[in-house]
Design a protein around this ligand. Structure first.
Ligand SMILES: [Zn+2]
Length: 445
């Protein structure tokens, strides 16, 4: 079913080739998503049509665009449940930062595999990432078959050598990208990820804005997440955070600002007029008790593109975009004392079409010509019956376990809740053991 209509979705070369009413397909295959990719699994493989193409029987399932997670630190799944219910600065100072000092590239690789596995199982095929050991993240993304915008994380509070290393990494990756002709279909894209205005100095932010402009790269930054950030910015720079970024040349359509709970109307107007994106992370904001709830209504009024993210699993504690859609809708209704605010279809758009526009992934719809990034959802469970409205069921009643099939770039990553081409048990066990060893090294276990 697509928009309530039994349909056949044809996929070729990673894109949707056609969407037809069920029963009109030449091969007479059932209402399905059919792809040109050969099945990668044997035992449980879905049937293959006479033409040799893979056929996914989607009868009884509902197709939606796959979810795009707009703000993540995926390897932080290693810290899931490690230091909950603590004040933000105490949690960072006593738990996260001491553990991160001991983090290796291998830990990041194993953590990313676990996080991506969780995302595939929840219907997410793209994430916007900011973390350390970029090559280890890229390796896991390519192996698992999803898409990601993987930023080079930049901070300059860790000393000049660290900053010099980050600048060298940017130069090297920019040169590589130029040599490759910046392939737009590459599932891994390069971004610049200055951590925040309080960990990156104005001259370095200005340099990042220049590189982003010259190379047409997206810039991913935490912005206006806490009252303290705004107060310090006013004291040190005489303006609010978004205006500081504007002064440094960073406000424009390439800007992806995470959080933004403390953005005021003037800042939202600036961001909206510039075509910038704000990624709302309601669960992490609520869990860390950052105070304000994101001003969604004001942001929409100002024309800001708003997407949705989970943030890291250490502050969420999962990467479930279905849960994130529901919480986003609920907190805005509560904030406005108005149940009509942020209806289910808008929550779905934040996680799909808005994100696709922000992250240059096409229009995010299931239609001919679009990238074949989609999910098939099974609403047959008691918790999602009876089915009056599939979008309502998805946003308000479903969870990750309702996702039956996940397809990215035409490749079936999960079918019938089985992730293909990888050993799920091994991924889970390897990450758990890496997390245990990491905490032992940091003497935090
Ligand atoms: Zn974050």
């Amino acid at each position: 079913m697509l928009d309530g209509v039994p349909s056949t979705i044809r996929i070729r070369d990673g894109r949707i080739d056609a969407v037809e009413p069920a029963g009109t397909a030449e091969s007479g295959v059932p209402p399905s998503a059919s792809g040109g990719e050969p099945a990668r699994s044997s035992g449980n493989a879905p049937p293959t049509s006479p033409g040799g193409e893979r056929v996914v029987d989607a009868r009884g399932l509902h197709a939606f665009p796959s979810f795009k997670n707009g703000h993540t630190h995926v390897p932080m799944v290693l810290f899931r449940g490690f230091g909950d219910d603590m004040p933000l600065m105490e949690w960072l100072g006593k738990r996260i930062w001491p553990a991160e000092k001991h983090l290796t590239a291998d830990d990041v690789y194993l953590g990313t595999r676990l996080g991506v596995l969780e995302m595939i199982r929840g219907g997410t095929t793209f994430f916007n990432e900011m973390y350390w050991h970029r090559p280890a993240i890229v390796r896991a993304v390519r192996e698992m078959g999803v898409r990601a915008l993987v930023g080079v994380t930049v901070i300059d509070v860790a000393g000049p050598e660290v900053l010099a290393r980050q600048k060298a990494e940017v130069a090297e990756l920019v040169a590589e990208r130029r040599a490759a002709g910046a392939p737009p279909d590459d599932p891994v894209q390069l971004a610049l990820a200055p951590h925040s205005i309080y960990t990156v100095s104005p001259p370095v932010l200005e340099w990042i804005g220049g590189v982003a402009g010259d190379e047409d790269l997206l810039v991913h930054i935490h912005l206006s997440e806490t009252r303290r950030e705004v107060e310090e910015c006013l004291r040190e720079h005489g303006c609010r955070p978004a205006h500081l970024l504007d002064r440094l040349g960073l406000v424009g359509p390439r800007l992806i600002a995470a959080h933004g709970q403390y953005l005021d109307e003037g800042e939202l107007e600036l961001l909206g007029a510039a075509g910038a994106t704000v990624v709302h992370n309601p669960v992490a904001n609520l869990k860390l008790a950052t105070g304000e709830i994101f001003p969604y209504r004001e942001a929409r009024r100002a024309g800001v593109r708003v997407c949705l993210g989970t943030d890291g699993a250490a502050s969420n504690n999962n990467l479930d975009m279905i849960e994130e859609m529901k919480v986003a809708a609920l907190v805005q209704k509560h904030r406005e004392v108005d149940a009509t605010v942020l209806p289910a279809d808008e929550a779905l758009a934040m996680a799909t079409t808005s994100a696709s526009a922000a992250f240059r992934l096409g229009n995010g719809r299931i239609e001919a010509g679009a990238p074949a990034d989609l999910v098939l959802v099974d609403f047959s469970a008691p918790a999602t019956q009876p089915l009056h409205d599939p979008v309502s069921a998805l946003v308000y009643a479903a969870n990750a376990s309702n996702v039956h099939t996940t397809i990215c770039g035409g490749r079936v990553l999960m079918h019938a809740r089985r992730v293909e081409g990888c050993d799920e048990e091994d991924i889970v066990a390897a990450a758990a053991s890496a997390a245990r060893r990491l905490l032992e090294r940091a003497a935090l276990a």
